[in-house]
Design a binder for this molecule. Structure first.
Ligand code: PLP
Length: 383
């Protein structure tokens, strides 16, 4: 059996998405900026994709800007607003994806902003009173970037409350929704966020296509200079088939969301129950095992100290189970996962992230747990 449990890294393309993309790989090759028929046909497909995405998240089409990926959308929201609006203060958390953390840290290093981090507890739950205090303590408009769901441990942040706190302080709020777009419904009329992001390959769309939702009234300076594509917000000829695939993938995700949520949550519950039964001392990182506080697609497993831990991913790979690892820092040379380090996880324990999709089955869960359990039965646990 070959099993793929690394869907937080990327997901397989849905055949329905491929069908929607194919005409733009095979026949409709025009440049969308050309004014002749070949170009206009392709331009119409891009604008339809924009309308589809806008409709799904309850935005206006003009608020959707296509990018090459989630990372670019995160960079654009942060660098674009800080530069365009002249913001001097930003707040984030040490648990953010590097697409946000490294971007804000680079701006801090360049002397453009002062950067603060919201406190969190040992499970990675953010201290929103601290966010409120940080915002209250700063004169002038702030930029806040706090993700919806953590890609490593699966913690869900309460972005509605964060949005309300930011609105009270007139702060610009960007939330990295890469792991929840296509998996949870987003409604930008309800949520007080200025920016949301999406990345097609995280919900069975193609790689190389993402978008930024940018609340109207906040036109940002483009990060990429050149032509006037994307209403002067993102120069460069559009990734037409990627954009068509992105919109189709999001449409399918919304269409089938509740059924997939139920199916995948069932797999996650099965994982938790089987792992507890088969591996003594197993634990779960962050709020990963709590259904209402974590992504239903991600389970971050903390395994007892054992000589096998160094080889976990390798051995699972040999058993044809693809997963992601992540470890707390063990030495200066091994920087480890910045998320697990921020949670002060015990470096002698092993970490595996199982991330699931609509294509996974209960049999695959049983197989993966059996492979893992075999390794621990063969190798004695450390005292
Ligand atoms: N933000 C989060 C939370 C992610 O999980 C990822 C990818 O894993 C990204 C941003 C980057 O997205 P992309 O791979 O589309 O650049």
């Amino acid at each position: 059996m070959t099993v793929y449990f690394d869907n937080a890294a990327t997901t397989p393309l849905d055949p329905e998405v491929l069908d929607a993309m194919l005409p733009f790989l095979q026949n409709h090759f025009g440049n969308p900026s050309s004014i002749h028929g070949h170009g206009r046909q392709v331009r119409a497909a891009i604008e339809n994709a924009r309308k589809t995405i806008a409709h799904l998240i309850n935005a206006a089409p003009s608020e959707v800007v296509f990018t090459s990926c989630g990372t670019e959308a995160d960079n654009y929201a942060a660098v674009g607003s800080i530069r365009t609006l002249g913001l001097k203060y930003a707040i984030t958390s040490p648990l953010e994806h590097h697409a946000v953390l490294h971007t804000l840290q680079a701006l801090e290093k360049a002397g453009d902003i002062q950067l603060s981090y919201v406190r969190h507890d040992e499970q990675g739950r953010l201290d929103l009173a601290h966010l409120d205090a940080l915002l209250a303590g700063h004169v002038g408009r702030s930029f806040v970037s706090l993700m919806h769901a953590n890609n490593e441990i699966g913690n869900l942040n309460d972005i509605n409350s964060i949005g309300n706190i930011c609105a009270q302080h007139n702060a610009v709020f960007h939330t990295d929704t890469v792991q929840t777009m296509g998996h949870y419904p987003h409604d930008v009329q309800q949520l007080k966020a200025n920016f949301l992001v999406g990345s097609a390959h995280k919900f069975h769309g193609p790689k190389g296509a993402g978008f930024l939702y940018r609340r109207s009234g906040q036109q940002l300076d483009s990060l990429i200079n050149g032509g006037s594509q994307e209403r002067n917000q993102r120069a460069g000829t559009e990734n037409v088939y990627g954009i068509v695939g992105l919109a189709k993938a999001l449409e399918i995700s919304y269409r089938d969301m509740s059924a997939h949520h139920q199916h995948i949550q069932g797999l996650k519950d099965r994982f938790i129950q089987k792992l507890r039964a088969e591996i003594e001392g197993v634990e779960f990182n962050g709020t990963s095992a709590e259904a209402d506080k974590s992504l239903y697609t991600v389970l971050s497993v903390s395994l007892p100290a054992s000589d096998i831990n160094e080889m976990l991913l390798f051995n699972l790979d040999i058993s044809r189970v693809s997963v992601s690892g992540g470890s707390a820092c063990t030495s200066g040379a091994n920087a480890g996962s910045h998320v697990l380090n921020a949670l002060d996880c015990d470096p002698s324990r092993g970490t595996i992230r199982f991330s699931m999709s609509k294509y996974n089955t209960a049999e695959e869960v049983d197989y993966a747990v059996a492979q893992l359990a075999k390794m621990y039965q063969k190798t004695p646990l450390k005292a």
